[in-house]
Design a protein around this ligand. Structure first.
Ligand code: NAD
Length: 205
């Protein structure tokens, strides 16, 4: 963004006031402060008191999302089938975080977890559908069971998650849903003459 010089010429005169000069000064004040504070590692608390649910949060990107939300002041529920890693992360991040054992393809587990989060922390404000698996295999070697399992985890779970969490968000009329996906799902691969199925989140969501 280009901010014009703070001269009388560049200012918009309205009701005898120099509005542009004021805006420019506010702009610089804001961004200089931001820069200084960020360099010092100061956090803004943009999610103070917000309740965030992150699936697949025991490791990888889900764990990174959890750390970031905690730094911004959110109460975070991380869910995963990996119990040991999830509990370790939850202990490390402190009382703002609670871990739930959760298979995202099972709707009754979603219902129980959402009910518990509401009871302990309040209605959910942010849902991050991050849990996912990746399976790359020649189509002729992939079983129907494998295919259905990936679809259940990467696609059906996202539907169940949104359907279960949206009523909670409606209680405060404050909700954001982030469905993580992958560019790799845009196209398949051919190994020799055999098409390879990329079963990952974007492919199915
Ligand atoms: N890492 C990348 O480069 C990349 C790129 C694009 C998209 N993604 C997507 O981001 C998400 C996270 O990727 P990642 O690299 O951190 O992968 P990861 O394998 O490290 O993390 C995925 C997490 O999901 C959990 N999970 C798997 N099945 C589950 C189930 N049935 N119920 C609950 N949790 C389950 C796993 O235990 C794991 O903790 C995935 O959806 C992936 O498709 C990743």
């Amino acid at each position: 963004m280009i901010v014009p010089e703070d001269t009388e010429d560049s200012a918009i005169k309205k009701d005898g006031q120099l509005y542009l000069g004021k805006i420019k000064r506010a702009f610089h004040r804001h961004f200089n402060i931001n820069k200084k504070m960020k360099n010092r590692g100061v956090i803004w608390g943009e999610f103070d008191g917000k309740v965030v649910l992150i699936t697949g949060g025991s490791r990888g990107m889900g764990a990174a999302h959890a750390r970031a939300f905690v730094k911004e002041g959110a109460k975070v529920a991380i869910t995963d089938i990996l119990v040991e890693e999830g509990e370790k992360l939850s202990d490390e991040l402190g009382e703002q975080v609670k871990f739930y054992k959760h298979d995202v393809s099972i709707s009754t587990e979603w219902e129980a977890i959402v009910a518990d989060i509401e009871e302990t922390s309040g209605p959910i404000n942010v849902l991050v559908n991050n849990a996912g698996v990746s399976l790359m295999k020649p189509i002729l070697e992939m079983s129907e069971e494998e295919y259905r399992r990936v679809i259940d985890i990467n696609q059906v779970s996202v539907f169940i998650g949104m359907k279960t969490v949206i009523p909670s968000m409606l209680k405060t009329k404050d909700g954001s849903i982030i469905n993580i996906s992958s560019l790799a799902g845009f196209r398949g691969t051919v190994d020799g003459s055999v098409p390879i199925l990329h079963l990952n989140s974007l492919f199915v969501v």
